[in-house]
Design a protein around this ligand. Structure first.
Ligand SMILES: *[C@@H]1O[C@H](CO)[C@@H](O)[C@H](O)[C@H]1NC(C)=O
Ligand SMILES: *[C@@H]1O[C@H](CO)[C@@H](O)[C@H](O)[C@H]1NC(C)=O
Ligand SMILES: *[C@@H]1O[C@H](CO)[C@@H](O)[C@H](O)[C@H]1NC(C)=O
Length: 263
């Protein structure tokens, strides 16, 4: 059973200065799956779009989940191929597992770490992967996993998931300059809280109203009426199909991470 629901990401961005800073994602319960499951990549929410993390070789996030929150580091952007899966709060929130899939074979290492996740509180984590093959997981307890692969897998793809009865709310932290790119979707309307509604000469003058505001996620622009709606950041992206509207969202890191376009 492929859980398409896993990909219904709840995205929120908030802006700080000219930095868009948070991405919120909700992951469903993928069930009792692991690296050994055929097409396991289909159960993960794909973060390969966020080139920023891959370039920086680390990901910092907050997650609220009772147990079994997974981070996948894969040799391929499509999340197939050789991979590491870090399972935080595995086995009833008692262990961290690091599983390695190499040429189809899966091995597993466990690190006892009781109660590291919480059903009611966000917990902060940072995963680092170095060229040398060292993979570390840090939490508010300090380094909770520090392991080195003698034959390192070069990481090109990233995914997150929750399973084994657990669902999760994630906040991915990153900072990157908004460089003026927008990602536009035709016949799409961002049905969200607005900051302003005006009539503008063109799409360009409309997006300009967003570019100058740190609290703006994007704009809805109606090509017939030239109506320009400035959409607020810090809220889930909810889109509907509406003709004549185009929804433009800000991109980070040139056009490599267009937040609202990945859903
Ligand atoms: C994940 O995203 C990357 C980059 O956008 C894409 O190339 C890849 O096919 C996606 N993988 C899956 C499993 O959707
Ligand atoms: C991991 O272990 C190595 C070798 O003991 C050490 O040099 C390094 O600082 C550790 N990393 C973290 C993040 O604890
Ligand atoms: C926007 O969302 C509201 C509430 O869910 C809904 O009633 C309305 O039809 C939506 N508008 C569009 C244009 O989809």
């Amino acid at each position: 059973m492929i859980m398409t629901g896993t990909f219904v990401a709840l995205l929120t961005i908030t802006a700080l200065g000219n930095l868009l800073d948070d991405v919120r994602i909700k992951t469903q319960n993928s069930g009792g799956v692991g690296l050994w499951t055929p097409n396991i990549e289909d159960y993960y929410t794909n973060l390969s779009t966020f080139q920023i993390f891959l370039a920086d070789r680390y990901i910092k996030f907050y997650v609220k989940a009772c147990d079994n929150a997974f981070v996948l580091l894969s040799a391929a952007t499509n999340l197939q191929s050789d991979s590491y899966a870090i399972c935080i709060g595995g086995q009833g929130n008692s262990k961290i597992f690091l599983r390695v899939r190499r040429n189809g074979a899966v091995t597993s290492i466990s690190f006892p770490e009781s109660g590291i996740l919480s059903c009611s509180e966000f917990k902060v984590f940072e995963v680092n992967w170095e060229e040398s093959g060292r993979i570390t997981l840090m939490s508010d307890r300090g380094t909770v996993m520090n392991w080195t692969d003698t034959t390192p897998i070069q990481i090109q793809g990233l995914g997150i998931m929750t399973g084994w009865g657990s669902e999760g709310l994630w906040i991915l932290k990153h900072s990157s300059l908004f460089t003026g790119y927008y990602c536009g979707e035709s016949d799409t309307y961002g049905n969200m809280t607005l900051l302003s509604t005006t009539v503008q000469r063109s799409r360009v003058t409309c997006t300009l109203k967003c570019s100058t505001r740190n609290d703006c996620l994007g704009v809805n622009f109606n090509g017939n009426t030239n109506t320009c709606e400035v959409v607020a950041g810090g809220q889930p992206v909810v889109k509907s199909v509406v003709h004549n509207w185009k929804f433009y969202s800000k991109c980070l890191h040139e056009n490599k991470a267009c937040l609202a376009c990945i859903v």
